[in-house]
Design a binder for this molecule. Structure first.
Ligand code: FES
Length: 218
């Protein structure tokens, strides 16, 4: 397995400043918007997190940038936002209230409806988490099945923001262009997201759904 030092191309005795400098350079090249891949982007972020946690354990004076706080500006420069903030809404609420998935006022309407915390709310996605992993860490039971890009059981509708889409996935281009993404292997690429989860019951996703199995939720 490649060590975080190799990923960032720094010596094992590199100080915080050198690690941070290497990270900022490396993450810029790895960013999917700059010609890198999602996998590479996550690998670099994970490496930086590991080295930062090492510093936190062994060096109280370490004042490096939290990996959760580093992203790229539109110009491709490294900068420092927080973890991605996600506002989510359960598709079942849309059906129950007779709303439309592409309604621009959807999340405002949800804010004024009497929805439970599982149906509408907010969560944080850490840099090395997929959207589904973050939802689960936050205690939510969003649908999934294969967890590997081979079905649409975990599908979400992206109302705002950017969520990565790995190359090896089942989602057809036309549905991806309309905003459908997979939460099990989708990683946020923006500071904020608004997503509708549980959209697997949409008719256009019917053919992509796996039947219930031992690892299927909902
Ligand atoms: S659970 Fe099958 S693609 Fe996400």
């Amino acid at each position: 397995m490649v060590s975080p030092f190799e990923v960032l191309d720094v010596d094992e005795d590199a100080d915080d400043e050198a690690v941070e400098r290497a990270y900022r350079e490396r993450v810029k090249r790895a960013h999917p918007d700059q010609g890198g891949s999602v996998e590479e982007f996550q690998l670099v972020r994970r490496a930086y997190r590991e080295l930062s946690e090492r510093d936190a354990d062994g060096d109280e004076s370490g004042d490096g940038v939290d990996p959760a706080d580093v992203d790229l500006t539109e110009d491709g420069e490294a900068r420092a936002p927080a973890s991605t903030r996600v506002e989510f809404l359960d598709y079942e609420a849309i059906v129950d209230y007779g709303w439309s998935l592409d309604d621009d006022e959807l999340f405002r309407k949800a804010s004024h409806a009497d929805l439970g915390p599982d149906a509408h709310g907010r969560l944080l996605v850490h840099p090395d988490e997929s959207l589904l992993e973050a939802a689960e860490r936050s205690g939510f039971a969003w649908p999934f099945s294969c967890r590997g890009g081979a079905c649409a059981n975990c599908a979400v509708y992206l109302a705002e923001g950017k969520l990565s889409q790995p190359t090896d996935h089942i989602m057809p281009d036309d549905l991806a262009e309309r905003g459908f993404r997979l939460s099990c292997n989708g990683y946020p690429l923006t500071d904020e997201l608004s997503v509708v989860f549980n959209v697997k019951q949409r008719p256009e996703l019917d053919d992509l759904i796996l039947p219930p199995g031992p690892f299927t939720r909902r």
